[in-house]
Design a protein around this ligand. Structure first.
Ligand SMILES: CC(C)(COP(=O)(O)OP(=O)(O)OC[C@H]1O[C@@H](n2cnc3c(N)ncnc32)[C@H](O)[C@@H]1OP(=O)(O)O)[C@@H](O)C(=O)NCCC(=O)NCCS
Length: 143
């Protein structure tokens, strides 16, 4: 097994995993490919994957931004998903741990934030076990 940066050629597998994160959500192939490419190429965005026997079985995506509140940068975990048949084996925890290790080596970053749909009770317990505490309500206006 290994945790590695996701590359352009992984995009199809990344979309399969994202579909598991958002069951039933239509994913536009072309638009999603474009955004995955941005995550791969742009500074301030990243996707790492957990590879087992040559297949990606989990991914974590993140972005970094300046935040006045933190007087520095905040790292945001955007998406975390582990392939359904691989859950409960520590893969999600390892993806989070390796992300935190990367963040800790970046002295500009003062905090990690993430948002999680209110219905994902198991995921909330997962985050709390990893030292994250509930912070705020999230509001959205779709465009
Ligand atoms: C949440 C998730 C990434 C955790 O990855 P994982 O590899 O299963 O996590 P680990 O094996 O390191 O830890 C397992 C823990 O996660 C929790 N968990 C959350 N959802 C789970 C699921 N669908 N299946 C198994 N465990 C799950 C369990 O409480 C479990 O706790 P336990 O060890 O006390 O039994 C993964 O379960 C997943 O992809 N879930 C669906 C997508 C999702 O909710 N993503 C997070 C959005 S904020």
């Amino acid at each position: 097994m290994m945790i590695r940066e996701v590359r352009s050629e992984d995009v199809a597998r990344v979309m399969e995993l994202l579909q598991q994160l958002w069951p039933g959500k239509p994913i536009d192939d072309r638009r999603m490919r474009e955004v995955v490419e941005k995550y791969v190429a742009d500074q301030g965005y990243e996707i790492y994957g957990y590879e087992e026997k040559g297949t990606l079985v989990g991914i974590i995506t993140a972005s970094y931004r300046w935040a006045l509140f933190y007087e520095g940068q905040v790292a945001i975990i955007e998406d975390l998903v582990v392939n359904e048949s691989h859950r409960g084996k520590g893969i999600g925890s390892r993806l989070v741990q390796s992300f935190e290790d990367r963040v800790c080596s970046n002295k500009l970053v003062r905090a990690i934030e993430l948002s999680s749909d209110s219905g994902r009770q198991e995921a909330h317990a997962f985050w709390e076990r990893h030292g994250y505490s509930k912070l705020a309500f999230q509001f959205r206006k779709r465009l």
